[in-house]
Every structure is written in structure tokens, then in C-alpha cells.
Design a protein around this ligand. Sequence first.
Ligand code: UDP
Ligand code: MG
Length: 311
Amino acid sequence: MNISVVVPVYNEEENIIRLIQKIKPILSTTPGNHEILFIDDGSKDKTYEVLQKCSQEDKSVKVIKFLKNFGQTAALNAGFRHAKGEVIVTMDGDLQNDPSDIPKLLEKLERGYDVVSGWRYNRRDPSLKKVLPSLIASFIRRRIIGDKVHDSGCSLKAYRQEVVKDLKLLGESHRFIPLILQLQGCKIGEVKVNHYPRKFGKTKYGVKRLWNGLFDILGLIFWHKYGTKPLYIFGAISLFSMCTAVFVVLYVFLIAFLQGVRVSVGPLLLFSVLLFLAGIQTFLIGIIAEMQTRLYYNDKESYTIEKMLNE
Ligand code: UDP
Ligand code: MG
């Protein structure tokens, strides 16, 4: 079994060598070839220089250097695309994950899972800034779309290469790759892993992570439910809006008729005009979304095949 360890790094100069020294002995206990693929996500410190040196000394250390900082999600995406192993292990480059957990992940993966996700049951991050928001986010994910994983924000994960090779990750959606894969029908496992406080360098995420995460998840829910048929949701909202408008108009006319007075242009009538226009707008947005979707699926299928016989 060939293993690729994929590590996105952004300004982690002090951590690189220490990390390689921890990963190598673990990988050498596993059969097959291995590589450690670093994605230097536009670091401004000496990260790239350190990586360059390490890759000269050790051919199994590979490096992809981004032109600028594109974010951890993009870095992982590049890692998935270029990793050569049949198994891809991802982890952070800041020593918060423990490479000695890798064999546990691999063992579970071998038992027939497509993804095995680490669970930092003893998470060592500031609780108010990180742990609490991430608990709330995972509660919402579990309730709304049935995410099965406890700690999908944990970077330490193992994947069968096929399931992530063509994954298209956008925004900061690396935080819920297991959910994305679960929605595609993959089998997801979980393993408790160690977690350590960050010793060198700084965290790259601030409070913006909260609402970015919310919009990522809203986008995912929308895509999952209506991605192939946006007009179902936009059409329904539009229909509801227009029907309400018609009812309000009828109501205004009926009241005027019963009172034997002429219909006057009051707030209710204006409200119904507004509703009607909103309905038309929503419908038009739906049409545009529908056209986008058709373009998106132009050269892709909207399903994934598990198996084919006599292919
Ligand atoms: N990272 C990256 N690009 C970014 C932000 C972060 O490659 O734009 C890397 C970072 O170097 C680290 C990992 O992603 O290896 C996780 O980042 P960090 O430790 O800052 O996240 P936290 O653990 O604080 O959630
Ligand atoms: Mg970290």
C-alpha cells in the first residue's frame, strides 16, 4: 500500500523539520512506498527554503509551492490531485496532530472504509475561540443534514485515493470533507486521535471562520438538496409569493365589495404588488441558477458509480 501524507503549510518554518522527523519513522513501519507532500500555501517566512532543503536531502519529501496564499482548502485540493499513493493521509503542519496516530487510521481504512476521520476527543485549543464554535457548527451539521462525524474539523484523516482524487473543494469547505463524501455515498469511519497545543507559529484563523463556515454549510445544504434542480426551490418560493399576492388582491376586492365601497390603493394592495414582483424576481433567479447548473453538469454526471461489471 503506497501512502501519501499531504500537509498544507502556511508560515510554519519552525515546524517543518520536526514534523518530517516525526512522520518518517511512522511511515517506515508501513509496507509500500511513501511520500510526504507539502503544499506551501504562499508562505511569507522561510517555510519554502526549509522545504527545499528537506526535499533535496530526502526524495520522498515533495513540495508544491503556491504562487500566493490560496487557503488550506485549495492546498488540500492540490494535494489530493497530485498525491500518488493509494491512501492519502492529511494532517496539519503545525505539530498539533500526532503522526503516531496514522497506523490506527490506516488499520480502520483497511476494514472497508473510504475515509477515516480523526476525532480530537481531548482537543487542545482555546475553548471559547475554537472548541465552542466548532461544537455548535457540528451540532447544526448533524441535526440539519445528518453529518455522522463528531469532529470533522480535525485535519488528521485517511482517505482512499479514489474518493478524493476529483473532489472539488471550494471556500473553506475542508472542514467538512467527510460530510461531502458521506453525501456522495462514501463509508465514513472515525478514530480517536491525540491533539496538542500549538507551540510554534500562529493559528491562521480568526473569528471570520464562524460566518464563512456558516455560508459554506448553507451552500452545501443547498447544493446537496437542490444542486441538480435549483428551480424546485426558487420556483416554489416564487409560486408561494405570487399566490399570496393573488389572495391578497382577492381579499381587498372582497372586503371592498362587502362594504359596498370602491377599491382604494392602500398598503395591502401595494404589498401584493411587491409580493408579485418578488415572485417574478425569485423565478428569474431560479432560471439563472438552473442555467448555471446545466453548464456545471455539462461535462459531468450527477452521480457516482460504485461498481461496473465486465466494464
Ligand atoms: N494553512 C494553510 N493555508 C492557510 C491557512 C492555514 O495551508 O491559508 C495550514 C497551516 O499552515 C496548518 C493548517 O493549515 O498547517 C491548519 O492551520 P491552523 O493551525 O492555523 O488552523 P487551526 O489549527 O488554528 O484551526
Ligand atoms: Mg493548528
